[in-house]
Ligand binder design. Structure first.
Ligand code: BGC
Length: 782
């Protein structure tokens, strides 16, 4: 398979992600990176005709289910509505044969439509041109539109197309649904209603086809129902030069839909069916047009991101990031979070990790605060699960799950993972037990949101409660160490997951400290500014008692310091004592995780090798706690030991490299981050998109190259454009106002769209303006 990013010309320039040939050995990448969605649902882009090795996925956000007691709750793979069995003169369409020419599959990011076209020659030598199109509507979140067009180029053919709703699917073998009910109304409207086996969520699929050969409508399909399947087959002769077309409109609804609240199943079905009928009456082209308008309005004209680079790919990669940030986010429902693979694959079971708060949320906080608010409200609702987790571990307050599904569920991480190459047993996954920094990450994200948006109502309703209850957790989690005469946090996994059961992971300790400090600040502020809210929280969370503990502990928390000798901060208590080995082979690996071919996870714990950025994230987010010299010393120490086996790593290292004035390296790491999904490695996206890395790409552009940061509630911008870039344009929301930013080699221009006062620091100088600010960037600034 060859990925092509330069096929767009004219208005489509840098908007097209395409593959120009088909390989049945490499299906996963295209399925994931070209996946479609709207935050309500995500549709993996498997081809219409099936191939061995494909993964046909349709996920609806928030519909978690447990297939059996030994499994964790996951997003179930819903019925497939995209498969079509196409036969020409009885021969099944198969583009993997050499008899296919002009094969192009393209995702147009601008209108979020996937198209595929080619000419296929049957075994008897007849040429047939085929074109397929599809979209998942951003205008009506329940709608999937598909269209197939065929032309018999050289001779007449006999055509048969079988299509419908196919629930003979699973999540890698785990079955989440009951058989369900099937019905076809008027030989036309297909209905399948199924229910998840444990969470009892009703899924309703409705599908209708509109088939035509020339001007003749085909409305007497052969109807088939079988186990978990309803299909209609349209058969016809197509004469030479004649065209056949098939439109297929599908709607997907579930009983989790907020608009269905309080309804009985029959009412939901009726409403879903009438939605389908209304959509069918409109037809593919009209539905697509509305969808394209929604993309323009809700995405492209809102975010206005533009990069002028001599590498065209940079612009495409940025758009690709915005595209996936849109399709991954369940912006419609605050009971749902973003999954680590979005809605594009079965990896990580649809669960939310710290990926959201630290990698994805910054984009939404600055670019679309309403969505950020919804994602943080999900964490507020998740307090229920977090309190359960704290209690069952013997702690107080809220201990957020490392992997979250439905908010009330609590911890959803699996317990057993990859094979241990030494023992042959399954490795225990400890993250759900001891990767605990997530709790502080959530509190940190709430603070970021508040500082950037000034959304006081959110804080009063949700934010303070999260910050207080997470601080209560940390206070109960700290362990007194007699030798150190300090509080420690023992037996954790930090961001670097190649070090398990470590004491005092620096990132964890500093973030826990930050979390408690924040709670103390807000305790004081809230008591004075809003006694009513304070009192309510004081009653439920016993804040007066908690504050005494916080006061007592805050200055006694052990915060690892740079060594006098070389300024290196120990990542944890033992990291620096471990063996140093030659990592060249793994630093230059063509795909991640090759180190597991040589070492078990337990063995990695004894080597100075890091899976991903750890201290660097600390330097990035709590930058004022460390001097530049310390950052440089540690970057130089840890970068060579970090093998970036997690996709979360490169973007942080790029931002740090930029902060530390190594622009060529920052740009190189940016390219590598973009290539996590778009690059030549064909298997890496099989389980789905790397959503944190996608959020990281935006961060590299805005926090890295534009040098934007919020520090102590103030905005700063120290632009350093890469040598390849002539211009960068983007927007951010700052305290409720939209700022439009244009950066060139020698100038920074910021426009305050509401003409409200803004304070901005640029390279150490403070500027105040209420409409436009122009700052000349001196040579060497960027
Ligand atoms: C990374 C974690 C991340 C998770 C989900 C793991 O491989 O080490 O930091 O949260 O993937 O993306």
């Amino acid at each position: 398979m060859v990925m092509k990013y330069d096929l767009g010309t004219g208005d489509d320039k840098n908007w097209i992600v395409a593959e120009s040939s088909f390989s049945k050995n490499l299906l996963g990448k295209a399925e994931a990176i070209m996946s479609l969605g709207n935050g309500y649902m995500g549709l993996r882009s498997a081809t219409e005709e099936p191939y061995v090795g494909e993964v046909r996925n349709l996920f609806v956000a928030g519909t978690f289910n447990k297939s059996d007691n030994l499994e964790v709750s996951e997003l179930p793979n819903a019925a497939d509505v995209t498969r079509m069995d196409i036969r020409i003169d009885g021969e099944r369409l198969d583009v993997s044969s050499s008899r296919t020419v002009d094969y192009i599959r393209a995702l147009n990011l601008k209108v979020a439509e996937l198209t595929r076209s080619f000419v296929w020659t049957t075994s008897s030598g007849k040429d047939v041109a085929l074109k397929f199109r599809r979209f998942v509507s951003l205008d009506n979140l329940h709608v999937i539109g598909m269209k197939m067009e065929l032309e018999a180029l050289t001779e007449a053919i006999e055509l048969s197309v079988e299509s419908g709703v196919n629930a003979q699917v699973s999540n890698s073998g785990s079955q989440h649904f009951y058989e369900g009910e099937k019905r076809i109304y008027d030989k036309k409207y297909v209905e399948m209603v199924t229910k998840t086996v444990e969470s009892e969520i009703d899924f309703m699929f409705h599908t209708v086809h509109h088939a035509k050969v020339g001007e003749i409508e085909l409305n007497q399909p052969f109807m088939r129902m079988d186990r978990r399947i309803i299909n209609l087959t349209y058969k016809c002769s197509v004469t030479k030069g004649q065209k056949f077309s098939l439109e297929k409109i599908t709607t997907v609804h579930t009983s989790r839909d907020q608009s269905f609240a309080g309804m009985i199943l029959q009412e939901m079905r009726d409403q879903a069916l009438s939605t389908l009928k209304a959509c069918a009456a409109e037809g593919y082209d009209s539905l697509l047009q509305k969808h394209a308008i929604a993309w323009e309005r809700k995405v492209w004209s809102l975010y206005k991101l533009n990069i002028e680079s001599d590498n065209e790919f940079d612009m495409l990669a940025a758009r690709f990031a915005l595209y996936h940030l849109t399709v991954m986010a369940p912006a419609h429902d605050e009971r749902m979070g973003i999954a680590a693979k979005g809605l594009s694959g079965e990896g990580y079971q649809g669960h939310s990790f710290w990926d959201t708060e630290m990698f994805i949320l910054p984009f939404f906080i600055y670019s679309n605060p309403e969505v950020a608010r919804s994602l943080l409200t999900y964490r507020y609702l998740g307090l229920e699960g977090a309190r359960k987790k704290a209690e069952s571990n013997g702690y107080e307050g809220a201990m957020y799950p490392w992997e979250a599904a439905w908010p009330s569920d609590g911890e959803m991480a699996q317990e057993w993972g990859r094979v241990d190459i030494v023992t042959g047993k399954q490795t225990k996954i400890w993250t759900g037990f001891i990767e605990q920094h997530i709790t502080a990450d959530v509190a940190f994200a709430v603070w970021q949101y508040y500082m950037v948006t000034a959304d006081q109502a959110f804080m009063d309703m949700y934010g303070y409660e999260i910050i207080f209850d997470t601080a209560r957790f940390w206070a109960s989690r700290l362990e007194w160490n007699d030798n150190k005469q300090q509080y420690c946090i023992n037996d954790v996994i930090g961001p670097d997951e190649y070090k398990e059961h470590v004491d005092n992971n620096a990132f964890t300790n500093y973030f826990a400290h930050f979390n408690m400090e924040l709670a103390m600040k807000y305790y004081k502020e809230l008591k004075e500014s809003n006694p009513e809210v304070f009192q309510k929280l004081n009653e439920t969370l016993k804040l007066d008692q908690a504050i005494t503990e916080w006061h007592d502990r805050i200055d006694k928390i052990y915060l690892p310091q740079p060594s006098d000798k070389d300024l290196v901060v120990p990542q944890d208590d033992t990291y620096l004592t471990k063996e140093i080995i030659d990592l060249t082979k793994y630093k230059n690996q063509s795909h991640v995780n090759t180190i597991f071919e040589d070492y078990s996870l337990e063995q990695l714990s004894d080597i100075q090798v890091s899976k991903q950025a750890d201290l660097m994230i600390l330097f990035y987010w709590l930058e004022d706690k460390f001097s530049k010299e310390v950052k440089i010393a540690n970057y130089n120490y840890y970068e060579p030991k970090t093998i970036h086996d997690s996709s979360l790593s490169l973007s942080t290292h790029s931002i740090l490299a930029n902060d530390l004035n190594d622009q060529p390296l920052a740009y190189q790491l940016f390219k590598q981050a973009c290539e996590i999904d778009l690059g030549p490695e064909m298997k890496s996206s099989d389980l789905g998109m790397h959503t944190a890395s996608i959020g990281g790409i935006w961060q590299v552009i805005v926090m890295g190259f534009a040098g934007m940061r919020m520090m102590h509630g103030e905005l700063r911008m120290n632009p350093k454009l890469p040598a390849h870039w002539n211009k960068l344009e983007f927007m951010v929301n700052w305290k409720g106002q939209r700022l439009e930013v244009v950066i060139t080699k020698d100038q920074l221009l910021v426009t305050a769209m509401d003409r409200k006062p803004v304070k901005l620091e640029v390279y150490g100088t403070e500027y105040r303006f209420d409409h436009m600010l122009t700052v000349c960037l001196a040579e060497g600034d960027n």
